[in-house]
Design a protein around this ligand. Structure first.
Ligand SMILES: C[S@@+](CC[C@H](N)C(=O)[O-])C[C@H]1O[C@@H](n2cnc3c(N)ncnc32)[C@H](O)[C@@H]1O
Length: 299
């Protein structure tokens, strides 16, 4: 019954946004802190000197704000969500809170350096930036072994991995997709590309190499590998010259700032590697494979 209600909400949201031009976000990326236990080469989010950590009360306010805007899916992000604390509150309390507020599903993204067995999240994204040494080149020594151990013991049926492809790890894409397929703890893999947000090392992949990687990912998707991206969305990411629908996601940053994608403010959309941008365009153009991928992911 609940699922039917949620499905009708999605249809209503789609009609209002697609046919009446309303810009209503459907998903929220809520940064609960920028405190992290890693310092990844490609990342501009973590803050080692003066980290912001939202309190339980602040997260509640942010969730209610996003829900009132119309958003129904939330990804709790960091920093590292597994180190978030406010007194006795832990990440599972925030996940429960998001559901109480009314979100249909709650996702967390983690670097899997700490155990997350018993997570209350509907789905878990683990960042995996290549196989073995490729991952460690970006995330540090020992990070791959800890990730493997923690995903093996997570015992969560919707655990997927996210690879951010850059000039250090692009040769590992095929092997990483194969690894995701062969690992029984992993449901799917999502592919994104490095986006040059200011403050991180510039690891942008050459245009020609990016095209080759996308072609390989499409080929593997067609061959049945568990790749979350839709073929329609991937094709758009080849040239990045499609109409942006990024308002579908609203962002609440670690300092509490409520805004759109940071890429828009910094003028880097032409170099964007966040494949959600292509997926949103394909969704609005009613591409069946993208609609199917979205429903599978969220419902
Ligand atoms: C900011 S991290 C925080 C969550 C968690 N600590 C982790 O490492 O996954 C969230 C996701 O953003 C990705 N990310 C960070 N910097 C990026 C960039 N410049 N371009 C694309 N994705 C990026 C990370 O790889 C990760 O999958």
């Amino acid at each position: 019954m609940k699922k039917i209600g949620q499905f009708f909400y999605l249809v209503w949201w789609y009609i209002r946004t697609r046919f009446f031009g309303k810009k209503i976000p459907l998903q929220t990326v809520l940064f609960i802190s920028d405190k992290c236990n890693l310092a990844c080469k490609h990342c501009s989010v973590y803050n080692k000197t003066n980290p912001h950590v939202s309190t339980y009360a602040q997260v509640k306010e942010h969730l209610e704000y996003a829900y009132k805007l119309g958003s129904r899916f939330v990804d709790l992000e960091g920093g590292e969500v597994m180190i978030w604390r406010d007194g006795d509150y832990r990440i599972n309390d925030l996940i429960d809170l998001a559901r109480e507020v009314g979100f249909f599903s709650v996702t967390i993204t983690t670097n899997a350096q700490l155990p997350f067995t018993g997570s209350h999240a509907d789905s878990i994204w683990v960042s995996l930036d290549g196989y073995g040494e490729f991952h460690e080149e970006i995330r540090g020594k020992g990070t791959f072994a800890r990730l493997e151990k923690n995903i093996a013991t997570a015992d969560h049926k919707h655990l997927s991995v996210n690879m951010v492809v850059n000039k250090l790890n692009y040769t590992s894409v095929e092997k990483t997709i194969q690894y995701a397929k062969d690992n029984p703890a992993i449901e799917m893999i999502s592919i994104n590309f490095y986006t040059p947000f200011p403050g991180a090392e510039n690891l942008t992949l050459d245009k020609e190499l990016r095209l080759q990687v996308i072609d390989k990912v499409i080929e593997m998707k067609r061959a049945g590998y568990p790749i979350m991206n839709s073929v329609s969305g991937l094709k758009l990411m080849k040239h990045n010259n499609f109409k942006r629908r990024c308002w579908v996601t609203n962002f609440i940053y670690p300092d509490g700032r409520k805004a759109g994608c940071a890429g828009e403010d910094t003028g880097i959309c032409d170099d964007c590697g966040l494949c959600m941008a292509g997926e949103m365009n394909a969704l609005f153009n009613f591409k069946p494979d993208t609609i199917f991928a979205g429903l599978k992911l969220r419902m």
